[in-house]
Design a protein around this ligand. Structure first.
Ligand SMILES: [Zn+2]
Length: 200
C-alpha cells in the first residue's frame, strides 16, 4: 500500500501523468494528461522571468515565481542530501527526477518501512506544495471587522515575509477570519455578509 502510494507520488512529480479535472461550472469530470510537477515548477520560474520583461532582478518577479524558485531550491537541496546519504557522494549532473526515483527505490531495502514513510511524506509535501503554488484557490479580500474578534486586518506568512490582508477572506464556498480562525460556510456566509453590510 505505502509502496504504491510512494510510486504514485514519485510518478506525479517526475513523469507526465493523468489527472481528474472537474469543471467548476458544469461539474463534469474529465481526464487530462499533464506535465510532471517538477517540469511545471521549472516552467513557473521561467514564466516569472518572462512576465518581468526578462529582468534578472528578483524584485520584479511575480510572487508565484519567487515561491517557485524557493521551493525548487529546497527540493534540490533535500534530494542532494538524500542522494549523498545512500550513495556516499553527490552527482551534480544527475537530474532531480532521477535522484528522487533512485531515492524511492533505495527505501525498499529498509525492511522496517521507515525509509518509505520518510520518502512518501517528503514527496507528498512537494506534490501538494507545487500543486497549490500552480493553482492556488483564489481568495477574495472582504473589508470590515470580523464579528467574532473585531479584527479588520490579519497577517499571513507568505514564504519569506509577512503580508497584511483583510481579516476576512472568502472563496465561493466559505469565508474565514485570518485573525481568529472563525469560518463561515453555507447560510452563515449570508449572515456574515449582512452583518458586514450593516456595519458599513
Ligand atoms: Zn476574527
Amino acid at each position: 500500500m505505502t509502496e504504491q502510494q510512494l510510486n504514485d507520488a514519485v510518478h506525479r512529480l517526475t513523469r507526465n501523468h493523468r489527472v481528474t479535472h472537474t469543471d467548476p461550472h458544469t461539474g463534469k469530470t474529465s481526464y487530462l494528461t499533464v506535465l510532471s510537477l517538477f517540469t511545471q515548477l521549472r516552467q513557473e520560474q521561467a514564466s516569472g522571468n518572462r512576465r518581468s520583461g526578462g529582468s534578472k532582478s528578483t524584485g520584479s518577479r511575480s510572487p508565484i515565481a519567487i515561491n517557485a524558485v524557493t521551493l525548487w531550491s529546497e527540493i534540490r537541496e533535500t534530494l542532494s542530501t538524500r542522494f549523498i546519504a545512500f550513495t556516499g557522494k553527490d552527482d551534480t549532473n544527475m537530474l532531480p527526477e532521477t535522484k528522487l526515483q533512485k531515492w524511492a527505490v533505495s527505501t525498499l531495502a529498509d525492511t522496517t518501512g521507515r525509509s518509505i514513510e520518510t520518502c512518501l511524506r517528503t514527496a507528498t509535501t512537494w506534490a501538494t506544495s507545487i500543486e497549490s503554488l500552480i493553482s492556488p484557490t483564489p481568495r477574495i479580500e472582504v473589508r470590515g471587522a470580523c464579528p467574532a474578534c473585531a479584527a479588520t486586518h490579519a497577517w499571513t506568512w507568505d514564504q519569506d515575509e509577512y503580508v497584511r490582508n483583510t481579516a476576512i477572506t472568502a472563496t465561493r464556498h466559505e469565508a474565514r477570519c485570518g485573525a481568529c480562525g472563525t469560518t463561515w460556510a453555507g447560510a452563515d456566509i449570508h449572515d456574515l455578509a449582512e452583518t458586514l453590510g450593516q456595519a458599513a
